[in-house]
Design a protein around this ligand. Structure first.
Ligand SMILES: [Cu+2]
Length: 358
């Protein structure tokens, strides 16, 4: 590290000295009539061609990124609203890609075409109403359409008005640095809760359920993984114990902040079970790539006499999308989407609040 710093300081000092010499030389130009710092026709020609080469370079990089990185994108959406969300995203991407391709081409091509040539004079005009109108109105219309389209999509995704009794209610409880999920139990109604009750019952009240509210007695809290029935709407109520967190379920295209002192909401309907998603061709390819990396790493570990890595299996995840402290990166919980029958079987096995505090 010290060697690196010394080398960096030496290089920077060298650059500084070189620049000082250059400034000194420039200040002498008027006296000596030295025009070595004025661009020649050859310099202009080279810079013009470099501009064009840069255009080719950024397009090649773009094509390479499409080829190399599209495979790390998320697989098809596993929720009902996910497809309209994805369409909005892809329409926005397409417009941005089209606009950037045209504007970069024009910018760099003209810089090349009109590179400096002695005695060539640029046509100069101060103002053109027609041009001003074109480059103001076209982007304005595109942005207006995109914003209206985005607001309609947002309205469709966030529409809670059709909430009914069949919807499953799940509370996501965030704290530094883990998630807990609470279910309403048989009555599907969450009991009142407050951080003030966290210390009740010798710390067994993990999310601060109010024991005076009868609705909370059959609630149950899970910490390792939470289950959701497929094709049934889930209403998530989010709370945070300490700082801002954000419940992020990328496979369901869902994200909502968890704010201390208030309950935030998001709802979606899962449409693909965990087992079905494991069969999805994109997911299979991704899992194979990950396991190939883990296998290679394991071979190295085994040769050193260490234990091999487990192979990876796909699971939906709840992650935290707010940088909430040192272990933020590992704040996650597994989500299992399964048939209604399997879900019911799992739910009845959980210990209710009244059983825990007895
Ligand atoms: Cu967090």
């Amino acid at each position: 590290m010290t060697v690196l710093l010394t080398i960096t300081i030496l290089i920077l000092t060298g650059i500084a000295l070189w620049q000082i010499t250059k400034i000194f030389e420039l200040s002498q130009i008027g006296l000596k009539k030295d025009d070595s710092q004025i661009a020649t026709e050859k310099d202009n020609d080279l810079n013009g061609k470099l501009m064009f080469a840069f255009l080719v370079f950024i397009y090649l990089v773009t094509i390479y990124c499409f080829w190399a990185y599209t495979k790390v994108l998320l697989p098809e959406s596993a929720s009902e609203h996910g497809s309209i969300y994805d369409t909005l995203l892809w329409v926005s991407f397409a417009i941005i890609l089209f606009a950037q391709t045209i504007t970069q081409a024009v910018l760099h091509y003209f810089a090349y075409k009109y590179r400096g040539i002695n005695n060539r004079k640029a046509y100069f005009f101060t103002h053109d109403n027609k041009l001003e109108l074109i480059w103001t109105v076209i982007p304005a219309i595109i942005f207006f359409v995109l914003i209206i389209y985005g607001m309609i999509t947002w309205g469709q995704i966030m529409n809670f008005s059709e909430e009914d009794e069949d919807d499953l209610v799940v509370e996501l409880y965030a704290q530094q640095w883990n998630w807990k999920a609470r279910y309403g139990g048989l009555d599907n109604v969450l009991g009142d809760a407050n951080v003030r009750f966290l210390n009740d019952f010798d710390g067994k009240n993990a999310v601060g359920i109010d024991s005076s509210d009868p609705n909370g007695m059959d609630d149950f809290v899970v910490t390792q993984e939470f289950h959701l029935p497929v094709n049934r709407k889930v209403i998530f109520k989010m709370r945070s114990q300490d700082v801002l967190h954000s419940a992020y379920m990328p496979h369901f295209r869902a994200q909502m902040n968890c704010v201390p002192g208030m309950i935030t909401e998001f709802s979606f309907t899962p449409t693909i079970t965990t087992e079905e998603m494991r069969q999805n061709s994109d997911v299979v390819a991704k899992v194979n790539r990950i396991n190939k990396i883990r296998y290679d790493k394991s071979q190295k570990l085994i040769s050193k006499g260490e234990e091999a890595l487990d192979s990876y299996q796909f699971d939906y995840l709840l992650l935290c999308a707010k940088i909430c402290g040192t272990s933020h990166y590992n704040m996650q919980m597994k989500i299992i989407v399964e048939s209604e029958k399997d879900y019911e079987k799992w739910a009845v096995q959980q210990q209710t609040f009244s059983e825990i505090i007895q």
